[in-house]
Design a protein around this ligand. Structure first.
Ligand code: 1DX
Length: 187
């Protein structure tokens, strides 16, 4: 993945736990990269090692780390660093999810080593989406939950995400159910 992703992991860890903890996680992961370059492509194994080492050092599950990271990616990396790209993808949650493949196509024009996942979205009931996610990478469903939760905050709508079906192998879809904009008060 592009260095931007590892930089974001670094940013999240340092914001929450400080520089020393980040150095410990890098050491535990066996990653001896002084500083990640955002527009350079790195082996995915580096990112997975950082998550695993983070899990050991912080005594959190890898799933919890990935979920927190998904939210951090949307709110701190994408929205702060790429506001134009985010705006162009739409101004409602379902519209945005439906345009994610287009967003990635745009990034791909400049960064050909991007390996973007694919998202599909349909409204199965009012306020209920069925989201399909397909990726060449495995085990990132918890991050997708965090990404969707981050989008809920980004669009200021309450959201509830559940995994319906995990991917069985790379390139097969995982399915999520997303309730959003849930009305408060009596049903
Ligand atoms: F719901 O792979 C909202 O490297 C979402 O299965 C989901 O293959 C927003 F460094 C610049 C650069 C560069 C901008 F300069 C990426 F090159 C991309 C910015 C997307 C904003 C995908 C990152 C592939 C790197 C992947 C989870 C899970 C998608 C990460 C989240 C908006 C992004 O992102 C999987 C790679 C950008 C850039 C966005 C992603 C790679 C997402 C979202 N993905 C690189």
């Amino acid at each position: 993945m592009y260095g931007l992703v590892n930089q974001a992991v670094q940013g999240m860890v340092i914001a929450g736990f400080g520089e020393d903890v980040w150095e410990r996680i890098k050491c535990e992961a066996g990653v001896d990269v002084e500083a990640f370059v955002s527009m350079e492509s790195y082996d995915d194994a580096i990112t997975y090692s950082l998550v695993q080492a983070g899990s050991a050092v912080l005594d959190m599950s890898p799933e919890a780390i990935l979920r927190a990271f998904g939210e951090y990616w949307v709110l701190e990396t994408a929205a702060e660093g790429y506001p134009e790209l985010m705006r162009a993808a739409g101004d409602t949650l379902p519209e945005f999810i439906g345009n994610l493949d287009q967003l990635h196509s745009r990034v791909l024009m400049t960064f050909p080593e991007l390996c973007p996942p694919s998202f599909n979205c349909k409204e199965v009931d009012p306020g209920v989406l069925r989201v399909a996610y397909m990726s060449e990478r495995v085990g990132l469903e918890p991050m997708v939950i965090g990404l969707l939760e981050g989008l809920g905050k980004h669009f200021k709508t309450p959201i509830e995400v559940s995994l319906v079906d995990a991917a069985t192998e790379p390139g097969t879809p995982a399915e999520f159910r997303v309730r959003y904009g849930i009305a408060v008060g009596p049903a």
